[in-house]
Write a protein that binds this ligand. Structure first.
Ligand SMILES: Nc1ncnc2c1ncn2[C@@H]1O[C@H](COP(=O)(O)OP(=O)(O)OP(=O)(O)O)[C@@H](O)[C@H]1O
Ligand SMILES: [Mg+2]
Length: 241
């Protein structure tokens, strides 16, 4: 459903992505791992054109997002969840969730509020709809961010370290919600340093380093039978923590 071809991105003279190719099929749960600074976030941001690639293609169901005049419409099919939640602090939970669809005129206010109620129920936060983000825990904020992203009925969800800013006891509530989305068939791409979560949850794992995909395979391939020397080195460091 999403195909990435020879994607390149530099910042100044620093080459961050040096030609990434990846095919994502419907229902895939793809985990992206790799050393800090290797370009994982940049790659995710290029997938929904939050960052404009220098060259290459990002094709979602036949539409190339790069240089597409209809980008805003196509981009709605891609949800994104960030480490820092990115909620509007001066708005209630309900307003955070209904803002985008009403602003973009995808839904009228009444319909958006009904939909938001359903999603808040799904993420188990119905009783928080009139609260402000500062009144929520990190895990609750991240569940609001996920509900907000689901409002646009995305076909694929991108997660950039969704649990890194959370206290350990709150990680489970977010990963459980992600498991529930997976069960419902959501296609997901997840960048995370929670190696056990990636190992147990993802159907495919991609190891990035030095601006390219060094190795990809099933969780078992990557964690039990790594071939690439940079991947072996990366895993040995993790195992030593
Ligand atoms: N907007 C930007 N301007 C300049 N350089 C940037 C920008 N965004 C990222 N970089 C650089 O690109 C490289 C890749 O950054 P990126 O955030 O994609 O790495 P990452 O793999 O997500 O790292 P981490 O695991 O620490 O989150 C880094 O060297 C970073 O400093
Ligand atoms: Mg990052």
């Amino acid at each position: 459903m999403l195909e990435v071809k020879n994607l390149k991105k530099s910042f100044g003279d620093k080459k961050v992505l040096k030609g990434i190719d990846l095919t994502i099929n419907r229902g895939d749960i793809i985990g992206i791992i790799g050393p800090s600074g290797c370009g994982k976030s940049t790659f995710l941001r290029c997938l929904n054109l939050l960052e404009k690639p220098d060259s290459g293609e990002v094709i979602l169901e036949g539409d190339n997002l790069v240089d597409n005049k209809d980008l805003e419409r196509i981009r709605r099919k891609i949800g994104m969840v960030f480490q820092q939640f990115n909620l509007f602090e001066n708005m209630t939970v309900l307003d955070n969730i209904t803002l985008a669809p009403t602003l973009l005129k995808v839904m009228k206010k009444g319909k958006a509020e009904k939909e938001a109620d359903k999603l808040l129920d799904k993420v188990d936060l119905k009783d928080k709809k009139n609260n402000y983000p500062e009144e929520l825990s990190g895990g609750q904020k991240q569940r609001v961010a996920i509900a907000r992203s689901l409002m646009m009925k995305p076909e694929i969800m991108l997660f950039d370290e969704p649990t890194s800013a959370l206290d350990p006891e709150m990680i489970g509530e977010v990963t459980n919600l992600m498991r529930q989305l997976a069960k419902e068939g959501m296609t997901m791409v997840i960048v995370s340093h929670e190696i056990n979560f990636i190992k147990n949850f993802c159907t495919r794992v991609v190891f990035m380093s030095d601006g390219v995909i060094q190795e990809e395979g099933t969780s078992e391939d990557i964690f039990m039978n790594p071939k690439n020397s940079k991947l072996k080195n990366f895993l040995s460091k993790i195992n030593n923590i």
